[in-house]
Design a protein. Structure first.
Length: 161
């Protein structure tokens, strides 16, 4: 059962322990199995954490805060999580946030209406907050990207009717 779980996708030791508990495997047997799997390096929480951070930061554009929470939920200790999170620089995090905002703003032509711009700013900053970005960072990035989008829209010539 543990091998089948690992075949589907990498798992942390805690995730596998939970699966064994769901199947009513006695705790001492589960510990022995998990210890053996760890011995032969089929379970390695540090490698799992590194892979998880790489994957989730690229596909979901999650910030370090959100990734840290996810790793904790998977049973990764704070020290191991910190080591895995070191592969993400602050610049990587800002670039990912900027890319998310730019993607959401494709086709945005607003900006002249202050209420509409404020609503868009709040919506985009909330989206970044759900992905673990700090509020101050979120509002700064959204403001910068919105300013650039408005400047581009103003620079484009009006289409002839």
């Amino acid at each position: 059962m543990v091998l089948r779980q690992l075949t589907n996708s990498p798992k942390s030791r805690l995730q596998l322990a939970r699966k064994l508990a769901e199947r009513n495997v006695p705790e001492d047997v589960a510990e022995a199995v998990l210890d053996r799997f760890q011995e032969v390096r089929l379970i390695n929480d540090a490698e799992f954490a590194d892979m998880w951070v790489r994957s989730r930061s690229q596909t979901r554009k999650l910030a370090k805060g959100a990734l840290r929470r996810e790793l904790a939920e998977k049973g990764i200790d704070p020290e191991t999580a910190a080591g895995a999170l070191e592969q993400l620089s602050d610049d990587d995090e800002v670039a990912a946030a900027r890319e998310l905002v730019e993607r959401k703003l494709r086709g945005f032509t607003g900006g002249e209406d202050r209420d509409e711009r404020d609503k868009t700013t709040r919506r985009l900053a909330s989206m970044l907050a759900r992905k673990g970005y700090q509020p101050s960072q979120s509002f700064r990035i959204v403001g910068e990207v919105l300013d650039a989008a408005v400047a581009r829209a103003e620079a484009e010539p009006e289409p002839d009717p």
